[in-house]
Each structure stands twice: as structure tokens, then as C-alpha cells.
Design a protein around this ligand. Structure first.
Ligand code: GLU
Length: 486
């Protein structure tokens, strides 16, 4: 590709960044990064009632969390701004003045009742429902007189009826053809003076020199209308790529019914942003082999619009969790600590002053035991305070061990004798003890695990004890003995 690629993500700030929006942003971002192009963020906030500043902020935060940096847009600026549609009203006005002079648009004074009458007549006659162009032929003097009387009106585009069809080569769907009969004289400026969605998008995409419009296929029905606006204006049409919808497990469009839909929810549930990006990229795209774990730079180099699928992509949270677990286990201990810290802080018993090195080692024990970072809270908490409750089943089993009192005592003594309290020495001691007491090592390990954690499952016992430390291990064993091994 020789032209300089410019793409945009154009969310309406009427809610948080949802999974579908994030995936659209990601495909645009990957395409821009792959082709060393420009990724523009434009906020489509002309719906005054539903647009909120908090949502804009939430969208920016969501994109930042997912590591999608924009080259132009809110906070970063750029030479094609402003990047909020409500700050571009004078631009739309200017284009409208020009189109009025060129007689490419006209004032329409038809009331909603009149439009309804036209529609019901058409539906009775079983002809296409479209505005019949009644106000196209109003004389200049009549228009002026009605404007002078402040009559409510909209501005409409004079659709070009010279071509039968409107078609484009969609970069993901192939050739798409629509009868131009379906595109009537579009309203481009509403009676409240706001541009319509289709008009504002076209003007912005033109002014921002967008080369590729990559968006959800729910916008396909808008594309013929937008192409009509480009045609009437005599402007070059960008390339379009419509990407498939994201579906829930029942193959209906993803909604709250299927679980969390906002990106921020996934952050709060403890998903890794890199895993989430990897998973999003595979919703409707694949690299053409069976690889599923791809780093960000691999996604950039492999991404290709021609490999975007034409049918809906199913959002499978179990698969996402599987992928997340894979990313979690590949963290370095320092990264892992940093990522789980928000959840550690939620643990009541978490001591604020824990030494970082010890904490890193502790957290690292759990790297292969979590699907989401938030699981750390429950799994790790036994490290921070002596267990008060004990797994009932494990307790019953251990209580039936003959000579449990002696085992506990010897175990405590032997462990206390270890000079360098590391995994290797602990293992040697416990296995040696099992042998001398003629017990299975598993029995001693299970007992020791229960005594120090109150649980029947923890990370490997030897490494856990090494991290817990000699003193705490002894304390917990003694306290367990005092409670249960009389
Ligand atoms: N603002 C539109 C939306 O949030 C996107 C428009 C477009 O991508 O053309 O759905």
C-alpha cells in the first residue's frame, strides 16, 4: 500500500467501552500499526441527551488499559482536530453553506404528519418507503419566506438517482450492492441544527483524510447512505471493511444477558490486558494457522483484513479465562506482584509493610493456579495470618492418622533444626522423616499443609514453607498440635 493509511475509532460516549467497541478499535489500531499509519480517535458526541463526559473518560481509560494509543484525538490533539464532534459544528456549517450554494442540498419543511402520510401511502401502494422529494422544487422565494417565518425545517441531500446501484468492495465482505432506490433524500441537518450521524461521519472522515473505515457490520446499512453523500459532494469514497458482530454463547448478539460486556468489568475481574487484547483479536480474525497465543507485536505483523471472518464471532469467557491463565503464568515475579497488588490490598489480613522480596516469592507460588488475578485474594490469604478454620474433610482424615501427636511433634522439631530453610532442605527433612516414621511422604505433607494453611490444596508444600519461613512454620505447627493432637 503506497497511500498513507489513516483509520479512526469513532465511539459515541453513551456508555462504557464495550467488548464490541474495543474489538473495532483494536482492528483499526492493528491495521494502523501494521501499515505504519495513523490511528485517530474521534468522539461522536452529538447526541446531547445520551452523551456524557464520564463515558468519554471511561472509553479513553479502557483504550489505555488495552494499550491502544491514538496518534490523534482527545488529550493528544493533532492537525485534523477538533476530535469531538460537538466542537466541529462550525465545520459542518461551512460545508452546508457550500452545498446550499451548489444546490446539492435543500430545505425541507415537511412536518412529521406529512411525512407519515407519504409513508403510509407508499406502504399501501407497496412501493419503497422513501421521502418523495416534495420540497426539492420549492422556489427560492418560498424558501426564503418560510425561513423568515422561522418555520421548522431540516436540510436534505439531493440524492443522485442516475445510478441504479450503490456498490463497494468491502475489504472483509467482498462486493456489496444496494439498490439506490433505498437511499432517499437524506436528512443531513436536523431541525435542532445538529448534523445527522451519516452526514457528520462523512464530513469528518473526509476532513480527517480517513482512508479506511473499519467498523461493525451493524453499520452496513449506513454505508450506502454515506457513499451517496460522498458521490453528491464529488468526493473520493474511503475503503470500507465491516467486521462481524460479537455473539453470546447462544449465537445472539452479545448483551448483558451473556455476562460482563464492558471492558472495565474485565479489568475489575482480574483479566490481564495483554490476554484480553489477544483474545479480542481472535474474535472474527485468525492468523491463518492454529496459533492462538500471539503477542502484541505478532498481532501487528500478522493482522490482515482479508482474514477477517464474515460470520459472527462467539465470545467464550471460558476460552478467555484459559488464555488469561496462560498469560498469568508467564509473568515475571516482579510483574506478577505488581499486577495482583490491587487484589492483595483487598485482603483484610494483608500487612501493608510486607517486604517486597518475600511478597514477590509468595505471589509467584500462585502463578499457575489462577485464571484471573482476583483469585489471588482467596488463595493467598492463609499466608498472612494463622489459620483459624480447617478444611473439614482433611481434618477428619488427618485426625485418624495413628500417632498424629508424635508426627506433629517430630515434624516441628525436625523442621526447626534446618539451618538453611530452603525448599531443598525442607523436602529432604520431610521425606527423611516419613521414612524414619515409616509413613508415606504424602501423609506427612498433607498433615503439614493442613496445619500451616488450614487447607487441603496449596502451592507445593516445600516451596510454600520456604516462603512462609521457619519461625511461622513452627508457630503454626505448634498451634495446630495444641488444638488437635492431644
Ligand atoms: N459513532 C458510531 C458508533 O459508535 C460509529 C460510527 C462509525 O464508525 O462510522 O457506533
Amino acid at each position: 500500500m503506497t497511500e498513507k493509511i489513516r483509520v479512526r475509532f469513532a465511539p459515541s460516549p453513551t456508555g462504557n467501552l464495550h467488548v464490541g467497541g474495543a474489538r473495532t478499535a483494536l482492528f483499526n489500531w492493528l491495521f494502523a500499526r501494521k501499515h505504519k499509519g495513523t490511528f485517530v480517535l474521534r468522539i461522536e458526541d452529538t447526541d446531547a441527551e445520551r452523551s456524557k463526559k464520564e463515558y468519554t473518560q471511561a472509553i479513553l481509560d479502557g483504550l489505555r488499559w488495552l494499550g491502544m494509543d491514538w496518534d490523534e484525538g482527545p488529550d493528544v490533539g493533532g492537525s485534523f482536530g477538533p476530535y469531538f464532534q460537538t466542537e466541529r459544528l462550525s465545520i459542518y456549517r461551512e460545508v452546508i453553506e457550500k452545498l446550499l450554494k451548489e444546490k446539492k442540498i435543500y430545505h425541507c419543511f415537511c412536518s412529521s404528519e406529512e411525512l407519515e402520510t407519504i409513508r403510509s401511502k407508499q406502504s399501501e401502494e407497496k412501493t419503497a418507503i422513501r421521502y418523495n422529494g416534495r420540497c426539492r422544487s420549492l422556489s427560492q422565494s418560498e424558501v426564503e419566506a418560510r425561513l423568515a417565518r422561522n418555520e421548522k425545517h431540516v436540510l436534505r441531500l439531493k440524492s443522485d438517482s442516475s445510478c441504479e446501484n450503490i456498490e463497494w468492495n468491502d475489504l472483509t465482505k467482498g462486493k456489496l450492492t444496494f439498490s439506490s432506490e433505498l437511499v432517499d433524500d437524506l436528512v443531513i441537518l436536523k431541525s435542532d441544527g445538529m448534523p445527522t450521524y451519516n452526514f457528520a461521519v462523512v464530513i469528518d472522515d473526509l476532513r480527517m483524510e480517513i482512508t479506511h473505515v473499519i467498523r461493525g457490520e451493524d453499520h452496513i446499512s449506513n454505508t450506502p447512505k454515506q457513499i451517496m453523500i460522498y458521490k453528491v459532494m464529488g468526493e473520493k469514497v474511503p475503503q470500507f471493511a465491516h467486521i462481524p458482530m460479537i455473539l453470546g454463547s447462544d449465537r445472539t448478539r452479545m448483551s448483558k444477558r451473556h455476562g460482563a460486556t464492558s471492558v472495565v468489568d474485565y479489568r475489575e475481574l482480574g483479566f490481564d490486558s495483554e490476554a484480553f487484547v489477544n483474545y479480542l483479536a481472535l474474535l472474527g480474525w485468525s492468523p491463518g494457522n492454529s496459533r492462538e497465543i500471539l503477542s502484541r507485536s505478532e498481532l501487528i505483523s500478522e493482522f490482515d483484513l482479508s482474514r477477517v471472518s464474515t460470520h459472527g464471532a462467539i465470545f467464550d469467557v471460558e476460552k478467555l479465562k484459559w488464555m488469561n491463565a496462560d498469560y498469568i503464568k508467564r509473568n515475571s515475579s516482579a510483574d506478577l506482584l505488581q499486577k495482583v497488588t490491587p487484589w492483595l490490598k483487598q485482603i483484610q489480613e494483608f500487612p501493608g509493610n510486607y517486604d517486597k522480596e518475600g511478597l514477590e516469592k509468595m505471589v509467584f507460588l500462585f502463578r499457575e493456579r489462577m485464571q484471573t488475578y482476583n483469585e489471588i485474594s482467596d488463595q493467598i490469604k492463609w499466608f498472612f495470618s494463622n489459620p483459624e478454620t480447617f478444611d473439614e474433610k482433611a481434618l477428619t482424615k488427618n485426625m485418624s492418622l495413628p500417632g498424629i501427636h508424635e508426627i506433629c511433634q517430630t515434624l516441628t522439631e525436625e523442621l526447626q533444626k534446618i539451618e538453611v530453610f530452603n525448599e531443598e532442605q525442607i523436602e529432604k527433612t520431610i521425606r527423611g522423616l516419613a521414612e524414619s516414621l515409616k509413613r508415606k511422604p504424602g501423609e506427612i505433607i498433607g498433615l503439614c499443609r493442613l496445619a500451616i494453611s488450614g487447607r487441603s490444596a496449596t502451592p507445593g508444600l516445600f516451596e510454600s514453607l520456604a516462603v512462609l519461613g521457619k519461625q511461622k512454620t513452627a508457630e503454626r505447627l505448634k498451634s495446630f498440635s495444641a488444638k488437635f493432637c492431644k
